[in-house]
Design a binder for this molecule. Structure first.
Ligand SMILES: Cc1cc2nc3c(=O)[nH]c(=O)nc-3n(C[C@H](O)[C@H](O)[C@H](O)COP(=O)(O)OP(=O)(O)OC[C@H]3O[C@@H](n4cnc5c(N)ncnc54)[C@H](O)[C@@H]3O)c2cc1C
Length: 462
């Protein structure tokens, strides 16, 4: 367990001679992304599930001969070696390192027949307005109507087991109160009722242990129809954990910006560098999980993608329970929730759900309103001292990838930009505010679609 630092070709050859599977992180001291992903790699090396794999690190400037031999030209590059050789050919090319893409990569790589490469502009450890996943709370509070509840139901099954059995995933259960205000109900003209979470007699009431209607009227907030769930949880630590599990499955990670969805196929084929290889092995299937990036990505350019801007404040104070309300007195785009992240991640106070707003900068007045609403709803959060009792870690803005036509999970054949051929693409994007709580359910569907393409290819070749 732990990481073995290789300082020379001799040490490298000695490691190969041990005959165990090896994952190597090729890094450089001057490489920012290498530093960002280092803690994730370290965590993966300590995971007991990876006990049969040796985790090694090579500084490309220090051990340049081995770096050259393995064809590494970009940092960071991760390679899995089995019996001294790069493991297998790359067949699935997973495109994106958000929670949606990483979940798909993990589920695909659980099948040893598949070799998966993750190609992304941003990776876990990065914070950028083009990368939604790090900004999420992120919790499981169902939003879908019953007819569309498959993704959330299936994901809950996986996440519940993960929470119970895998402490390293950094997920925890949290008691929750969901406040339903009558004035937000659909029958009222000024309704801001924004999702199925607040419906009466919801489909998910049997999904969670300990669901119960509180009923009555809460005198402090003068709201009707309060209720409480027990054992909901949140899991913002999920992407780094998913990346570590992917590494252990032999997934290759590459940093790149892809201009056209069909171009992503060229990153498959076992090349460990950040550059496309010249001849990808068939059949290569591209999984497009680019979130809001689908708006501008060549070959996709989905004009129904819009941002649903979410502003948050992260504080050190702990919330006694997770909270969500159906509306606020501060206008249609402002919402109110609080959730304490697992593993010391702070408490996320929200927020806003502002469709079409691209502004990446936190707005101070909105931040004040977010904090005021949170302490009003839950005075215990700040020890009864109001906003002054909040200990702020940071302000943030994330853009939820909203597809106005609904999430896109489907396969299609996309012509390459030069018209020379076509590539099989499985789309998985447009999860708006439920990318975490629907991630694993959607990944299951991606696996089904990939299998259908593989079977059709086999049948055609027979
Ligand atoms: C404030 C806030 C609160 C939220 N709370 C919750 C919650 O409580 N529960 C919940 O389930 N969800 C929540 N969400 C929503 C959730 O965060 C998103 O649904 C989810 O993160 C979307 O993930 P994704 O992988 O599709 O997109 P992203 O995380 O944006 O990942 C997209 C990936 O694609 C890559 N990419 C895109 N285009 C290209 C390109 N051309 N070339 C190379 N790489 C590219 C990016 O670099 C990135 O790696 C919240 C979101 C916000 C902003």
């Amino acid at each position: 367990m732990g990481i073995k630092h290789i300082h020379s070709k001799q040490e490298w050859e000695a490691l190969l001679a041990e005959g165990k599977p090896i994952v190597v992180d090729f890094h450089a001291v001057w490489c920012g992304p290498c530093k960002a992903i280092a803690p994730i790699y370290e965590k993966a090396s300590e995971d007991t599930a990876n006990a049969n794999v040796t985790f090694a690190k090579i500084d490309v400037d220090e051990v340049s001969d081995v770096t050259r031999e393995l064809g590494v030209t970009a940092m960071p590059t991760f390679i899995l070696l089995k019996n001294g050789s790069k493991a297998g050919e790359v067949q699935e090319d997973e495109f994106s390192a958000g929670v949606v893409g990483l979940s798909s990569a993990l589920f695909l790589s659980d099948d040893p027949e598949n070799q998966v490469t993750v190609v992304a502009k941003f990776m876990p450890g990065d914070f950028d307005i083009e990368y939604t996943s790090p900004w999420a709370g992120a919790n499981v509070l169902p939003m879908a109507a019953e007819a569309d509840s498959r993704w959330e139901r299936r994901t809950w099954e996986h996440l519940r087991k993960l929470t119970e059995n895998e402490p390293s995933a950094g997920i925890h259960f949290q008691n929750t109160r969901v406040y339903r205000r009558d004035k937000d109900a659909p029958e009222y003209p000024s309704s801001n009722f924004y999702d199925a979470l607040f419906s009466k007699d919801p489909w998910y009431k049997t999904m969670f242990d300990g669901y119960r209607e509180l009923g009555g009227r809460d005198p402090r907030r003068a709201r009707l129809g309060l209720r409480i769930h027990l054992t909901l949880h949140q899991h913002a630590n999920l992407p780094p954990w998913l990346a570590s599990r992917c590494l252990a499955n032999g997934v290759v990670f590459k940093r790149a910006v892809v201009k056209h969805v069909a171009d992503a196929a060229a990153f498959a084929g076992g090349s460990s560098s950040g550059s496309p290889s010249s001849s990808p092995p068939p059949p290569t299937i591209v999984v497009n999980a680019t979130g809001l990036g689908a708006l501008k990505l060549g070959g996709v350019e989905d004009q129904s993608m819009v941002p649903a801007r979410g502003q948050i404040v992260v504080v050190r104070n702990e919330a006694p329970y997770m909270i969500a309300t159906s509306g606020t007195e501060d206008g249609g785009v402002e919402v109110c929730y609080a959730m304490t992240r697992a593993a010391g991640g702070g408490t996320v106070l929200g927020g806003t759900y502002d469709k079409g707003n691209w502004d990446p900068t936190p707005e101070p007045n909105v931040a004040v309103r977010i904090m005021t609403r949170a302490v009003e709803l839950c005075p215990e959060l700040a020890g009864g001292k109001g906003v002054a009792g909040l200990d702020i870690i940071r302000h943030g803005v994330g853009l939820r990838p909203l597809r106005t036509k609904g999430v896109r999970i489907e396969a299609e054949s996309v012509a390459s930009p030069d018209g020379a051929g076509s590539v099989s693409v499985v789309h998985n994007y447009g999860h708006a505010g439920w990318g975490y709580q629907g991630s694993f359910g959607c990944a299951e569907r991606v696996v089904e679609l990939v299998k259908e393409i593989q079977s059709a290819a086999k049948a055609a070749a027979a």
